[in-house]
Write a protein that binds this ligand. Structure first.
Ligand SMILES: [Zn+2]
Length: 409
């Protein structure tokens, strides 16, 4: 028997692979303690999707569910909407095999619960010692503990899980420099790899940047060309009007060169500059589905969704820095980078490689020498051809996760 108790560090959800939802909540049973009569709680079903629960006063209430998931899984969450945080003391999720012979217990305390949607759960990497991940899940429950003397009100949307999918690694190039066309693209093509090139559209045709013809050629060869703004503006530091002009100018340019639809669904933030306003404008006004940060103090294993309310697909891809490789952001050597790719595979995770210039020699700073670039690509191809790793473009990666349920009440 394996039982672990931990405080989940964040209510945020990490979604490297496709989510599966328990079909509905109609088989969800409600119990309460010390009040044992289900009728002591006020429960309203909203079709098969949502349970509206107001607990009996001061009574811990448990929402029980059962589903036979007979495959290895990566993560497990309960989706809970909280109208008033002040009534809640904690959430605890239990997930395990039949009868909880193997299980995890994850608790989210009141200080981590937010008004709105909460995602309560954990991942295989959070609780690596729990053996049930490989066996799948059968029994689950969410325990809602109200503050003393209060009625806790929640909307329980259900449980979701992620299958232990194939690890993914997206190759991205920033800034649209000519060395990426001359040096990187031929190496990608020789290995049947496709990458995402984020272009400073206002610099196209400058001496160090790709030309329109080069960009159109990359697109014809199956790569993605997307916006990196028109003037490499850190969008989190400028007025909304500048965010809009940068996006409009860059998208107008991409349209003028005949870029396909996928070019307008992904984005890379210059200098990683983003915030809720930037994300909202990009998502709601410019159709961006997913955007990549710059990597430094971020995990390479996961894509992190940065906002859940009101929809779950306003997300940002965390990156694993892979700049010069010798003294990159993380001070890693090329061999360490290869080890990190293997760690990604072991964890079943998902990541972006962020690469700037690729030069024939003399790379400094954020650039990478061609010989090192080839070493890294060879390793990626080795693992891909061993069947251990998928290498999707950012737009393809998004397609794989857009089955994440939309949350509305
Ligand atoms: Zn840049």
């Amino acid at each position: 028997m394996v039982a672990r108790t931990n405080l989940m560090p964040s209510h945020r959800i990490k979604a490297p692979q496709v989510f599966h939802k328990f079909e509905d909540t109609t088989d969800t049973h409600v119990t309460a303690s010390p009040v044992t009569n289900e009728l002591s709680n006020t429960i309203t079903r909203d079709g098969a999707q949502t349970l509206h629960v107001v607990t009996a006063t001061g009574a811990t209430t448990e929402l029980l569910s059962h589903k036979d998931v007979n495959e290895p899984i990566y993560s497990f969450y309960a989706l809970v909407y909280v109208p008033d945080v002040s009534n809640i003391s904690s959430f605890t999720i239990f997930a395990g095999s039949a009868g909880y012979a193997e299980f995890v217990i994850i608790t989210l305390s009141s200080s981590n619960i937010v008004q709105g949607w909460n995602v309560v759960g954990g991942t295989r990497s959070t609780f690596p010692a729990a053996t049930f991940w490989d066996a799948g899940i059968q029994d689950s429950k969410l325990r809602v503990s109200p503050q003393s003397g209060k009625n806790a009100e929640v909307y329980f949307y259900g449980f979701v899980y992620q299958a232990m999918g194939r690890p993914t690694l997206s190759i991205t190039h920033d800034d649209g420099t000519v060395g990426q066309y001359d040096n990187a693209a031929p190496e990608l093509d020789a290995r049947s790899l496709s990458a995402t090139f984020a272009v400073i559209t206002g610099s196209v045709g400058n001496s160090s940047s790709m030309t329109t013809t080069m960009l159109q050629d990359l697109i014809s060869r199956g790569h993605t060309v997307c916006s990196h703004t028109h003037n490499h503006v850190k969008l989190s530091t400028v007025a909304d009007s500048v965010i809009r002009s940068e996006m409009t100018l860059s998208h107008d340019f991409l349209r003028s060169i005949g870029a396909p639809e996928e070019s307008f669904t992904v984005f890379i933030y210059p200098n990683g500059g983003t915030n809720a306003t930037v994300q909202s404008i990009l998502q709601n006004e410019y159709g961006i589905k997913t955007a990549r940060l710059v990597g430094n103090n971020v995990g390479y294993k996961d894509h992190q969704i940065v906002a859940l309310d009101p929809v779950i697909d306003r997300q940002t891809i965390n990156t694993y820095s892979m700049n010069r490789g010798i003294v990159g952001y993380n001070g890693q050597t090329i061999s360490q980078l290869l080890t990190s790719i293997d760690d990604l595979i072991t964890s079943g995770g998902s990541a972006c490689l962020m690469i700037h210039q690729v030069l024939t020699s003399g790379a400094t700073g954020l650039d990478l020498n061609l010989s090192d670039y080839k070493t890294v690509l060879d390793h990626i191809v080795l693992r891909r051809d061993q069947g251990l790793l998928d290498v999707p473009k950012m737009s393809t990666w998004y397609d794989a996760i857009k089955g994440v349920p939309r949350l509305t009440i």
